[in-house]
Design a binder for this molecule. Structure first.
Ligand SMILES: *Cc1c(COP(=O)(O)O)cnc(C)c1O
Length: 390
C-alpha cells in the first residue's frame, strides 16, 4: 500500500537516538533545549517550548492565554478535532468560522461578519485559532487587522506548516500571533514519534508554558516565594506532565537538519502532481505565490461540482483496492457526534460541507518516488474507475 504520508528516518536519526539512550539523560536533559533552539532559530521566533504532542501544545497554549470557563474560542471546522478539543479541555466554549472555497483555510470575510455580530451580541472570542490547512498559511494580515479591531488573541495551529513561509517569513515567527503550534506526528513534515512545540516572542508566555508542561512547577530561585534549599521547588499553577523525552528531542533535532530538504521535495512532488493532473477534471490545490509558500503536508484534489459524494466513495474504494492509501482531510468537526451533541449543525458551515464531500488527499511524502506518483495518477484517471460508477 502506498500510504498518504510517511516519515523519513535516516541513519543519522538512528545514531542520534542511540546516543541519547547511552547517555545519562533520557528525559529532562540537554538535548531538549537544543531542539527547541533549532526550531526557534528556523522559525525566527524568540522562544520555543517543546511538548509531547501538538494537542498538549494547543491545551497549554490556550491556558497560557488565560482561556477558561466562560471564554469563547473560534477555530476552523476543517481541521483535526484537537484544534477545538483543546478549548473544551480549558472549560471554554467553542465555535467555528467557515472556510474559504479556494484555500480551505478560515475565511477572513466570514470571520469579519461573525465578529461584527458577536460584538453586537456581546460574545466576542478571546482566542481565534487559525489552522494552516495542508501547510499553507492563513491570510494572517487580514486576521491581524481583525485582531486589532476586536482585541482577540491568535494561536496558530501550524501542525501542517513547519517549513512554510508567509509574506517572506517562516510560519512560526509569530509576527501576527501570540503563539504558534507545530506537530511532530510521523505523518507531519518532521517527526519525533509523538511530539509538538509552541513558538512565541513573548517571554512571559514562554515562562508560563515551560511551567504548564511540567505540573506548574518552577525551580528558578528568582521566581520563588521562599527558598528552603537545593531540593526546593514551588508549584504556582496547575500544570501537567506534557514533557518531551530526550529520545524524542534527539530524533527531532536530527530531523530539523533535513527540514528544508523535506519541504523542497514535497513542493517538487506537488508541482509534479500539478503538471500531470493539469488536463484532468479534478480541481487542483492553489499554487504557491510570493505571499505564501506551503509546506505541502497534504495535496488535496477535489471532484468537480455536481459529482455526487457516492462517486467519491467509489473512487476512494477503487484507489484503496489498487493499493493507494488516499484519504480525506478532514471530516468537518461539527459533524462529529460529540460536537452535534453540543448543539452544532454542520449545515451552519456550508463551504466546509461542500469541501468535505469533494476532497481527496493524494499520497505525498519525502520518500515517494516519481514511479509511485505516476501509478497513483494512472489509477486516479483510469476511465474504468469512473465507468463502474455512472
Ligand atoms: C496532527 C494535528 C494536530 C494534533 O497533533 P498531535 O501532535 O497528534 O497531537 C492538531 N491539529 C492539526 C491541524 C493536526 O493536523
Amino acid at each position: 500500500m502506498i500510504p498518504y504520508g510517511k516519515q523519513n528516518i535516516s541513519e543519522e536519526d538512528i545514531a542520534a537516538v542511540v546516543k541519547v539512550l547511552r547517555s545519562d539523560f533520557i528525559t529532562q536533559g540537554p538535548t531538549l533545549p537544543r531542539f527547541e533552539r533549532a526550531i526557534a532559530t528556523h522559525a525566527g521566533a524568540a522562544h520555543c517550548i517543546a511538548v509531547n504532542s501538538a494537542t498538549s501544545a494547543l491545551h497549554i497554549g490556550l491556558l497560557a492565554l488565560d482561556v477558561g470557563p466562560g471564554d469563547l474560542v473560534w477555530t476552523s471546522p476543517i481541521s483535526f478535532v484537537a484544534s477545538s478539543n483543546a478549548a473544551l479541555y480549558c472549560g471554554a466554549d467553542v465555535d467555528f468560522v467557515d472556510i474559504a472555497p479556494d484555500t480551505f483555510n478560515m475565511d477572513m470575510q466570514a470571520l469579519a461578519s461573525k465578529l461584527k455580530l458577536a460584538k453586537a451580541a456581546g460574545c466576542l472570542p478571546k482566542v481565534v485559532i487559525p489552522v494552516h490547512i495542508s501547510g499553507r498559511s492563513c491570510d494572517m494580515k487580514a486576521l491581524d487587522m481583525l485582531r486589532k479591531s476586536y482585541g482577540f488573541k491568535v494561536l496558530e495551529d501550524a501542525s501542517h506548516a513547519i517549513g512554510a513561509n508567509y509574506d517572506g517569513r517562516p510560519v512560526g515567527c509569530c509576527d501576527y500571533s501570540e503563539l504558534c503550534v507545530f506537530s511532530f506526528h510521523p505523518v507531519k513534515i518532521i517527526t519525533t514519534g509523538e511530539g509538538g512545540a509552541l513558538t512565541t516572542n513573548d517571554p512571559l508566555l514562554a515562562k508560563r508554558l515551560a511551567a504548564l508542561r511540567s505540573h506548574g512547577i518552577t525551580r528558578d530561585a528568582n521566581d520563588m516565594e521562599r527558598y528552603d534549599g537545593p531540593w526546593y521547588y514551588e508549584q504556582h499553577s496547575l500544570g501537567y506532565n506534557y514533557r518531551m523525552t530526550e529520545i524524542q528531542a534527539a530524533l527531532g533535532l536530527s530531523q530539523m537538519a533535513r527540514l528544508d530538504l523535506f519541504v523542497q521535495r514535497r513542493r517538487e512532488l506537488a508541482e509534479r502532481y500539478d503538471r500531470i493532473l493539469s488536463n484532468s477534471d479534478f480541481i487542483l490545490p492553489v499554487l504557491d505565490n510570493d505571499e505564501s509558500r506551503s509546506a505541502w503536508h497534504l495535496y488535496v484534489v477535489r471532484l468537480s461540482e455536481g459529482i455526487k459524494p457516492l462517486t467519491r466513495l467509489h473512487l476512494i474504494n477503487k484507489l484503496r483496492s489498487d493499493g493507494i492509501g488516499v484519504n480525506v482531510h478532514y471530516i468537518p468537526i461539527p459533524r462529529q457526534p460529540f460536537y452535534r451533541n453540543l448543539g452544532f449543525d454542520p449545515q451552519q458551515f456550508p463551504v466546509a460541507e461542500g469541501y468535505y464531500e469533494s476532497a481527496i488527499s493524494l499520497p505525498l511524502y519525502y520518500d515517494m518516488t516519481e514511479d509511485e506518483q505516476d501509478t497513483i495518477v494512472k489509477c486516479l484517471l483510469e476511465p474504468a474507475g469512473f465507468q463502474t460508477i455512472f
